[in-house]
Design a binder for this molecule. Structure first.
Ligand code: NAD
Length: 468
């Protein structure tokens, strides 16, 4: 049993009321987290506000060194945090699971530490000198989801701290434990008040909503669903907060006729089923050319059938349970509906508890709910096409625009298709392979702004131009 605490002004803080966090593999309580109210939120925001003047006045080298110290702490505590993550999130320790997430968190932290936004001289002539400075915004509120709780928190926190902002972080009620523990650990190397964490279960007092309208928070960085993203935008309007919104996706993959089914099967599988499909930029619909449709399905199904699904603490598991009941029910509903419309090639029937086997359904088209909706779970619809123009149009016929992929032996042909896809990232012969040195973000309903690299860093600053 893990008893988590808030961190406010550098100190661990408990609350009278707590809520249960369940282990999705067993249904048992993995731990308890504090149920913070308005008073704790106000205290955390006030601490961050007090810490801001001194933190934002640090020189670039000091901010970089602090972010490097954070990176070292993440590495030092990687195994401890990975275990907590598996207990509350369900993902396996091994493979593309918790240890991988911790590795990603440290890699992102280290890379973000190495970035900076030096003063840019726009003009230096007899007429005058014009300099572009980047200034931190103040207190940043970070609201995170339950799919990659630690890595996404690092994606929010590091660029904020690196550019001189202070932070109040709020994890998802489904997965607060690893994040709260991480913030405690990181406070060993950060000044008091620079990084605070609050948690709650959204019942009664909704902390995320209160953060989005809080007068002393300058920016919200939010990763989660499109519906909640809209709420955040509405509540942020009154105080004109800066926003970065990383929202849902319904990424399409397009397999061109010249692709080799045997070669691409593994990449297709993990592009769709990483973290049990509970990944914003996972492939959520796959369009395959008629000439190789059956061969691709066969190779994919053979790969899927060999994947060990089980309790994440078992080192042999490559996929764990679905994270929560709400998500499980959604996947079960979409798969049951798809079974009546198409052909279930593997999986299809829910397992015990929250376990759901990797499921592949052929014979579907746009208009079927499993194709049109973001399933966010281990079920992939395969759609047959005969004309690439038709596949591009079907892929783009979505309100979402996060990622996409094209699979082909001809990179130039694949790039020509990639350029026509309406989404923020397109991968060729892989899917979802984000990197800390490349901006990542959605278009259309998938979000606002970008994360990562210098473009991502800029989102935590405002521009000030000095004319002399
Ligand atoms: P969610 O929107 O239900 O919750 C996200 C966070 O918002 C949680 O911390 C929650 O407590 C908080 N919240 C709830 N109500 C709020 C309110 N009124 N105002 C502010 N915050 C509030 O999302 P989820 O179910 O945790 O995550 C799954 C979704 O996130 C999927 O749609 C997925 O595609 C998306 N996602 C996107 C990315 C990306 O980078 N684009 C990454 C991961 C997940």
């Amino acid at each position: 049993m893990i008893d988590a605490c808030l961190t406010i002004d550098g100190r661990p803080v408990g609350t009278d009321e707590t809520f249960a966090v369940l282990n999705p593999a067993t249904g048992a309580e993995a731990g308890r987290a504090p149920r913070a109210g308005q008073a704790e939120l106000d205290a955390a925001v006030a601490a961050a506000k007090r810490a801001f003047p001194a933190w934002s006045a640090q020189d670039d080298a000091t901010l970089r060194a602090a972010c490097e110290a954070v990176t070292a702490k993440l590495q030092e505590h990687a195994e401890e945090l990975a275990r907590v993550l598996t207990l509350e999130q369900g993902k396996p320790l091994n493979g593309l699971g918790s240890r991988w997430e911790m590795g990603g968190a440290a890699a992102w932290a280290g890379y973000t530490a190495s970035l900076s936004l030096p003063v840019q001289v726009l003009q230096d002539t007899n007429e005058g000198r014009v300099e572009l400075h980047r200034k931190p915004l103040g207190v940043v509120g970070s609201i995170t989801p339950w799919n990659f709780p630690v890595m996404i928190a690092i994606w929010h926190v590091l660029p904020a701290l690196r550019t001189g902002n202070t932070v109040v972080l709020k994890p998802s009620p489904y997965t607060p434990l690893a994040t709260l523990r991480m913030v405690e650990i990181l406070n060993e190397v950060l000044p008091a008040g620079v990084l605070n964490a609050v948690s709650g279960d959204d019942a009664g007092f909704n902390i995320g909503a209160a953060m989005s309208s809080h007068p002393d928070i300058a920016k919200i960085v939010f990763t989660g669903s499109i519906g909640t993203g809209r709420h955040v935008m509405r509540s942020a309007a009154e105080t004109l907060k800066r926003l970065t919104l990383e929202l849902g996706g319904n990424d399409a993959g397009i397999v061109l006729p010249d692709a080799d089914p045997a070669k691409i099967a593994e990449g297709l599988f993990w592009g769709a089923f990483i973290n049990n499909g509970q990944t914003c930029a996972a492939m959520k619909r796959l369009y395959v050319h008629d000439s190789i449709h059956d061969a691709v399905c066969e190779a994919l199904v053979a790969y899927a059938r060999a994947i060990p699904v089980g309790d994440g603490l078992d080192e042999a598991s490559a996929l764990g349970p679905v994270q929560n009941r709400m998500q499980f029910d959604k996947v079960a509903r979409l798969v049951a509906d798809a079974a009546g419309r198409g052909k279930v090639l593997c999986g299809g029937a829910p397992g015990d508890g929250l376990f759901f086997p990797p499921t592949i359904v052929a014979g579907l088209t746009n208009g079927d709910p499993l194709v049109d909706e973001e399933q966010f779970g281990p079920a992939l619809p395969v759609i047959r096409y005969s004309d690439v123009e038709e596949a591009i149009a079907a892929a783009n016929d979505s309100p979402n625009g996060l990622g996409g992929s094209v699979w082909s032996s001809d990179i130039d042909a694949a790039k020509a298709v990639a350029k026509r896809m309406e989404c923020g990232s397109v991968w060729i012969n892989k899917h979802g392979a984000i990197q800390p040195n490349a901006p990542f973000g959605g278009i259309k309903s998938s979000g606002l702004g970008v994360e990562f690299a210098e473009d991502g860093l800029k989102e935590y600053t405002s521009a000030q131009v000095i004319f002399s």
